[in-house]
Design a protein around this ligand. Structure first.
Ligand code: BJ8
Length: 426
């Protein structure tokens, strides 16, 4: 039997509130049990995901802390898809997505942020104030971005708690903003080099691009299997695979995703599914879903549907594009990174026709019977874009539903009723 490790001393060294953190872990464990382990016919290879969640605040953090001690690596945390992990990796840093998927220390948060702030923003502030996120506590640098108004203003307070670098992400796509974005990518590279004390070389950047592209290639493979009917893997497990991509060791996770893709490809050949053939197929689109915000995916699939794709930052947007690997110099590769990331279709851009096109194309490719578009409460960007999406879905003849929700469970019953009615209608 493997030796049980007590991680409490590590959490204490990180300055965490160990007792409150024990409560958080117990709650997440219970949710995981209910949302994931009650699924029938899961691919066997998804057991890797059970391990990821079991180690998410313990074994994985220990690996990072050990790397910091032995190889002098630095942890660079972020909250947004526009922060290129390739740059962090190339400068001998460890990229980490930071906690932002649950309500925590809300009373303390509301001493610094307005009550009607998006739950994701309140969440990361609460995780910091409550000292319950080992990713935040072990970060040497946090990279923020001026994407939505809420985030960019919240970083002013967050920056009093952690060393921060803010990236200026354009809101319009044209040649001029692309030039600014390329300069911004270089500014980030310099800041990360400063933090890690390691110069990015053509060799290290090439390798970082390859490692990250391999992870995205594996996710693309897995996603392609979801066009089949019956669908081989659930939306819940697919979501968790991308959530893990922000936290887990890149190469180990790539191996695990490829194993899932192998198994799912075999399941497709054998006609084996996680849900019966003919189950109603949903395409999810909208705001990101950080761990442990599994509420919506859980209730959609418990309503008898299966999610076949996610047009969001914890889904398709994460793996849809690779960085061009033909660059030879650091400059060429930084340009290639800038171009790849400029292509992310977040609602911060105006206009943002690329997202609508992606949603409609994915709905077709994945044979979706309906689209569920969700925005976190008080997210004006995604709420506004829902009107354009609804119109496009109507024109394409695809049933569409918009949901606005938060991290609490208060609306779970009402949401289940709405989702069940939608699934029945499509
Ligand atoms: S690239 S989606 S990760 S900005 S939900 S905090 S937008 S008020 S998360 Fe996002 Fe980057 Fe865009 Fe993706 Fe603001 Fe909206 Fe909240 Fe949001």
């Amino acid at each position: 039997m493997a030796e049980e490790i007590d991680y409490h001393p590590m959490w204490k060294d990180l300055g965490m509130d160990v007792e409150a953190h024990d409560g958080l872990l117990a709650a997440v464990g219970g949710m995981y049990q209910d949302v994931f382990l009650t699924q029938e016919n899961r691919p066997k290879s998804t057991e890797y995901l059970d391990n990821v969640v079991m180690n998410i605040h313990s074994g994985r953090i220990k690996e990072m802390v050990d790397h910091k001690a032995s190889d002098g690596q630095k942890v660079v945390g972020s909250f947004c898809l526009y922060v290129p992990e390739e740059i962090v990796r190339a400068a001998n840093g460890i990229p980490a997505g930071l906690c932002s998927g649950a309500d925590w220390a809300t009373d303390k948060v509301e001493e610094h942020l307005p009550r009607n702030t998006c739950p994701l923003i309140k969440s990361f502030t609460g995780f910091k104030l409550g000292k319950v996120c080992p990713y935040i506590e072990s970060s040497d640098l946090v990279v923020g971005e001026n994407t939505c108004d809420g985030k960019k203003k919240a970083y002013e307070y967050f920056g009093t708690q952690k060393p921060m670098h803010i990236m200026d992400v354009p809101n319009v796509k044209n040649d001029g903003t692309m030039a600014n974005w390329k300069a911004e990518i270089r500014r980030l590279a310099e800041r990360v080099e400063q933090e890690t004390g390691t110069k990015i070389t053509a060799e290290s950047l090439k390798e970082a691009i390859r490692v990250t592209n391999d992870k995205r290639r594996a996710l693309q493979r897995l996603s392609a299997t979801r066009a089949a009917d019956p669908v081989p893997i659930s939306g819940r497990d697919s979501l968790l695979t991308v959530q893990a991509a922000f936290m887990d060791d890149a190469e180990r996770l790539t191996g695990a995703i490829n194993a899932m893709a192998d198994e799912c490809e075999q399941r497709v050949r054998d006609g084996v599914g996680v849900a019966p053939k003919g189950t109603k197929r949903i395409l999810y689109t909208g705001t990101p879903m950080a761990v442990p915000f599994w509420k919506l995916f859980s209730l959609i699939e418990k309503a008898g549907a299966v999610i076949v794709g996610e047009e969001c930052c914890t889904g398709y947007r994460y793996y849809k594009d690779l960085v061009d690997e033909s660059g030879k110099t650091v400059d060429e590769m930084l340009d290639a990174i800038a171009e790849r990331y400029f292509n992310i279709n977040c609602a911060i851009f105006t206009p943002n026709p690329g997202r609508i096109e992606d949603v409609m194309r994915l709905a077709k490719e994945l044979h979706a019977d309906g689209i569920i578009d969700c925005s976190l409460q008080f997210c004006t960007l995604y709420d506004m874009e829902s009107f354009t999406l609804e119109k496009a879905a109507k024109e394409a003849g695809i049933p569409y539903m918009h949901i606005s929700t938060d991290y609490s469970n208060e609306d779970a019953g009402q949401l289940s009723t709405r989702v069940e009615a939608f699934v029945e209608m499509i």
